[in-house]
Design a protein around this ligand. Structure first.
Ligand code: HEC
Length: 255
């Protein structure tokens, strides 16, 4: 802002100041009235429509997939797409905090006198980019699969095993396809390196921090078998799902 602009601005400001109404009580009254109306509408809706209660919490569930409220989907998505653990802090706390600080400091670094949107290209680009970016991440977060789902095409006879594997929390440490984490070895092609027996041995007698799955084997041997079958089937050369249909039919007929 140069000296002439500043003078112009101050002149305009003093004119408006003599014409205008003081903040208290005019603006304060309007704000209070609007807040009271909003509160009244919420109370009325709560009385007339009732408040929604979800199903009763079940602490034993293994299939629940935790998801944030929709207005946190953009943060959720940032956390999901940023894989390296050392960058997670930056993505989920760093970027939003830096963004907010820039917004708070805006009056100190954007000193231009212009108010028309077309004359403030940098501010407008920043605002549009933020809105579009958040909207995009929100949509991605909304359609993203559950973190406990293995996004991998498998032959139908391994579908059950895939669900069991997902529900046993292996993805918490292992990557299978594009899903999961990198604490433990990647299991996407584990079938090429380990046979069934070796996988069973690992599950029953693992190296820490991997927990043993002895309980699963004792309590639901069938699920344990399905899990082992699925993990052993994870090979570089996966049978294409369509071609293995007959195999499933055959095993279905045997039952
Ligand atoms: C708490 C984290 C954790 C969980 C949960 C976990 N694992 Fe592991 N797993 C590991 C780690 C770490 C290793 C590597 C151990 C080692 O170095 O010997 C490993 C090793 C393995 C191996 C051997 C891999 C190799 O390359 O030799 C297999 C197979 C395996 N896990 C399968 C599973 C399956 C299936 C599940 C779910 C039922 C599971 N793991 C759950 C952490 C985990």
């Amino acid at each position: 802002m140069n000296a002439r602009e500043k003078e112009e601005y101050l002149r305009e400001y003093s004119i408006l100041k003599t014409q205008g109404k003081p903040f208290f009580p005019y603006a304060v009254f309007k704000d209070t009235a609007m807040a009271a109306i909003t509160l009244g509408v919420i109370i009325l809706m709560a009385v007339l429509l009732g408040a929604e209660l979800g199903p009763k919490a079940d602490p034993t569930t293994t299939t629940y997939s935790p998801r944030p409220e929709w207005y946190f989907f953009f943060l959720f998505e940032l956390l999901r797409v940023v894989k390296p653990p050392e960058l997670v802090f930056m993505a989920t706390l760093g970027i939003p905090t830096i963004w907010l600080m820039m917004l708070l400091l805006l009056p100190f670094y954007d000193l231009g006198p212009e108010r028309h949107p077309l004359k403030r290209p940098i501010a407008m680009i920043g605002a549009v980019a933020t809105v579009v970016g958040m909207a995009y991440l929100t949509i991605l977060g909304a359609v993203a699969g559950s973190p406990a789902v293995i996004e991998l095409e498998v032959a139908p006879r391994y579908e059950e095993g895939k669900l069991v594997t997902a529900s046993q929390g292996c993805l918490g440490c292992h990557k299978i396809g594009e899903s999961g984490n990198t604490l433990g070895p990647n299991l996407t092609h584990i079938g090429d390196r380990l046979g069934r027996d070796a996988i069973v041995r690992t599950l029953l007698n693992p190296t820490a921090p991997m927990p043993p799955y002895v309980d699963l084997q004792e309590e639901s041997p069938e699920q344990f078998e399905q899990l082992v079958g699925f993990v052993a089937s994870l090979k570089e050369e996966m049978p294409p799902p369509e071609e293995s249909e007959p195999a499933e039919q055959a095993s279905a007929e045997q039952k």
